[in-house]
Design a protein around this ligand. Structure first.
Ligand SMILES: [Fe+2]
Length: 321
């Protein structure tokens, strides 16, 4: 359960309406914040992290549809439920609202009981979503804590996540897809929690069994994340980040585009960061040397050549700036 009061943002240019809603909602012990036009409402929705929005449609400047569309397209605010308040009764207006991403409607003049019932129901969904979000946060924190224990891997997942996100952006993937690839980048090696520390920090070459132990980590990682439904789309990226484009990778020997795009992206970022970082068994490689290895890859090698081309441009740009 949540200890804090849930916060509701009311955006309406009609002061009487705002005061009435505020009176109803405060009486039910919700925290109410208010904005009197679309612009300031939009800003408050981003900075104040409300749990729910009551949004008037007809406002001068930015109207309710525009505010709703912008909030639903913003990663930070897209999960805030929005109830549109309208005096309009035409079905076309509701369709327009639904297309803008509204979660529910309330007609003016509003009925107090209907208002409170809709508010309660959407806040319940929001708090379920928040719980899900915090489970994701716990596992992300765990992944970072795990690698922070080892001076050789400290920072690796965050660098891989950042590089993979840059690459996803460069090939035109959506903000949402970039966000998922970023999370997968943080979590890609979480399965190493199931591999002996002795093997992971070994200075010499790995023996047969030791190699089998280490290469099991993508599958172990996928199993660890399995219970979290919100991670279901990134589990394939974790599981297949050691596949090779030529089909000689692990665990399933997937080939070419059979390998999920996110996994192909992470594989490039992961290998590059590993090459350019010091490991127990070797010193860090110069960036130029690492890039020349990527460049010399033939068409049917370890990585997706189309992605490699974009990746080389990203690193070249970073190096020159
Ligand atoms: Fe890995």
């Amino acid at each position: 359960m949540h200890n804090r009061r849930q916060r509701i943002l009311v955006i309406d240019d009609n002061i009487t309406n705002v005061e009435l809603l505020e009176a109803y909602l405060c009486a039910a012990d919700y925290e109410v914040i208010t904005a009197y036009n679309g612009h300031s409402g939009l800003e408050m929705a981003i900075t104040e992290a409300p749990d729910l929005l009551l949004l008037d449609i007809m406002m001068p400047g930015l109207d309710g549809y525009q505010v709703c569309t912008q909030l639903k397209n913003n990663e930070k605010t897209r999960f805030i439920p929005i109830i549109m308040i309208t005096a309009l009764t035409e079905i076309e207006d509701k369709i327009k609202g639904l297309n803008a991403g509204a979660d529910d409607f309330l007609s003016k003049p509003f009925n107090k009981h209907e208002l409170m019932a809709r508010v309660r129901s959407l806040l319940r969904i929001k708090s379920l979503h928040d719980d899900l979000d915090s489970s994701e946060d716990i596992i992300l924190t765990l992944a970072l804590a795990l690698e922070a224990k080892d001076p050789y891997t400290k920072g690796h997942s965050e660098r891989v996540a950042a590089l993979a996100t840059d690459l996803a952006k460069a090939v035109g993937l959506s903000d949402r897809a970039q966000d998922r690839i970023h999370k997968a980048g943080i979590l890609h090696d979480i399965g190493k929690i199931g591999v002996s520390g002795k093997v992971l920090s070994k200075k010499g070459a790995l023996q047969g069994d030791e190699y089998e132990d280490v290469i099991a980590h993508p599958s172990i990682g996928a199993t660890i994340c399995q219970p979290l439904k919100s991670l279901s789309d990134i589990i394939p990226m974790i599981k297949h980040h050691h596949e090779r484009y030529d089909g000689n990778g692990k665990p399933d020997g997937l080939m070419g585009e059979e390998i999920p795009l996110g996994a192909r992206i992470i594989s490039i970022a992961d290998t590059y960061d590993a090459m350019t970082s010091t490991r127990p068994y070797r010193k860090a490689m110069q960036k130029e040397m690492a890039l020349s290895i990527f460049e010399s890859e033939t068409n049917n090698g370890q990585w997706d050549q189309e992605l490699v081309k974009h990746f080389i441009k990203i690193i070249a740009k970073q190096t020159s700036s």
